[in-house]
Write a protein that binds this ligand. Structure first.
Ligand code: GUN
Ligand code: ZN
Length: 453
């Protein structure tokens, strides 16, 4: 048996396995076998002892002779980060407790203003390595406003191997980009975004995709919202924006769009509420908005670490799930202070506790650790409409997976346990920066995690 980590398929791994299942529930193998073929597709997941011959295809090595033993590491599906801002990574951890509108003006817009092509070329490769080190193999990303910086971000993602949906931030109100005159902002935003989409959407058999990304209603005219949604629909691309994050923002949106019924209605009137839409935050919604959101099929990126960091509010996760809204998890760096979706799960659990205790929301149910795992993986994939490809470790899916060391939780090693809920609970509540030892997308190993020794 070999111990060096495989760089690409075909390979077979012997390890513990923990994954949500598409049909519901969780699979745990204390001593498991996972086989990946030369295309990077999982061909087999099961107990080691079943001695399956269902190995890599005939272009690859026989799994019985080419097995990498990673025990006691645990193989899990890679995490899906449904909401993160690439240019903001250097600011992570700064600005706690500020209202989001103040925080944007003070920290975020100056940082994004400087995110030109050269900055993107420097930062994006580091960022993707950091995502992989945190266990994230798929990310839905906001860039800055400059087209050339988005090309650089896509090129770096193409080279690194991460699965990414990326979009140029569109703004035609209070814009920090002074290189384009105000009267040309609308047209320039639409044209540049359409060009980026034409160049990148669907690249590498759908590993890279495009998201039209109007920042939020405060920064966008009704025309920009409507035209960007039309472009996204026409291209089969995503549409992403922020919704109902902070109370002062709600008041500003009501002032700017007096004809709208509420915040969600601004996006509804723009034609933005479709299943390929992902709305970040969605904290302060009325009953009408919840019902309409569920009916529309648009998905929500729940960003609990950000919502605590910027004191935005406590999203009623249980209500949305019961309404049938697809919800995944977002780090929202740098609204959120950490890239780790494990840490985001912890924040999510704290937010749900706060709802029960502080807001006396009896309807809020505490999710168990395995449900948080599902939210950070399979539900994120489902929010992107990619659950047929990724989000769980099952035969036929693309091999987007991570190897996690269950011993490496802070501050001292945990008891070894084969209770999957207990193991997952430690990883979510005591994540260690080095616990993700390896990450693969489509069977190709990503740079970032520290590896095995
Ligand atoms: N609302 C509009 N832009 C942003 C942003 O960059 N971060 C967060 N958290 N909220 C926003
Ligand atoms: Zn955000």
């Amino acid at each position: 048996m070999r111990t060096a980590l495989p760089d690409r398929g075909p390979f077979a791994l012997r390890a513990r396995i923990l994954t949500p299942l598409a049909s519901g529930g969780t699979r745990y193998e204390a001593d498991g076998r996972l086989v990946v073929d030369a295309r990077g597709v999982i061909t087999h997941v099961g107990p080691w002892s079943d001695g399956s011959d269902d190995g890599p295809d005939d272009r690859g090595a026989d799994p019985r002779h080419d097995v990498i033993d990673l025990r006691p590491l645990i193989l899990m599906p890679g995490m899906v980060d449904l909401h993160v801002h690439l240019p903001q990574l250097p600011n992570a951890g700064v600005g706690a407790g500020l209202d989001v509108l103040t925080w944007l003006e003070r920290y975020t817009f100056p940082l994004e203003h400087a995110f030109d092509r050269a900055t993107a070329e420097r930062l994006a490769p580091q960022a993707y390595r950091a995502f992989a080190a945190a266990g994230t193999t798929t990310a839905l990303i906001y860039g800055a406003v400059y087209e050339a910086s988005l090309d650089a971000a896509f090129r770096a993602a193409e080279a690194h191997g991460i699965r990414a949906v990326i979009g140029k931030v569109m703004m035609d109100r209070d814009v920090y980009d002074d290189s384009v005159p105000p009267e040309r902002q609308l047209e320039a935003n639409l044209r540049q975004s359409a060009d980026l989409c034409a160049r990148w959407h669907g690249r590498d058999d759908g590993r890279l995709r495009y998201a039209f990304t109007p920042r939020f209603a405060v920064s966008c005219s009704a025309d920009l919202l409507r035209e960007s949604a039309a472009l996204a629909r026409a291209a089969g691309a995503y549409w992403q924006t922020h919704l109902s994050e902070s109370r002062p923002e709600l008041a500003e949106v009501a002032h700017l769009f007096p004809e709208a019924l509420d915040y969600l209605d601004v996006y509804d009137r723009a034609g933005g509420l479709v299943p390929r839409t992902i709305l970040a935050h969605a904290i302060h919604l009325s009953a009408r908005e919840v019902a309409r959101l569920a009916d529309s099929g648009a998905a929500v990126a729940h960003c609990p670490a950000s919502n605590l960091f910027l004191a935005s509010g406590a999203m009623p996760l249980t209500r949305y799930r019961e309404a049938g809204i697809r919800v995944g998890l977002g780090s929202d760096v740098s609204g959120g202070p950490e890239l780790s979706i494990f840490a985001t799960m912890r924040a999510g659990a704290f937010v749900q506790s706060a709802r029960r205790v502080c807001e006396h929301d009896e309807a809020t149910q505490a999710l168990g650790p395995l449900e948080w795992l599902r939210l950070g993986t399979y539900e994120g994939a489902r929010a992107l409409g990619q659950e047929d490809r990724i989000g769980s470790l099952e035969a036929g899916k693309e091999a987007d997976l991570i190897a996690v060391d269950p011993r490496l939780v802070a501050p001292v090693p945990g008891e070894d346990s084969h209770d999957p809920a207990e193991v997952m609970s430690r990883l979510a509540f005591r994540p260690h920066p080095d616990m993700v030892r390896a990450a693969w997308v489509r069977g190709r190993r990503l740079e970032g995690p520290i590896g095995v020794t």
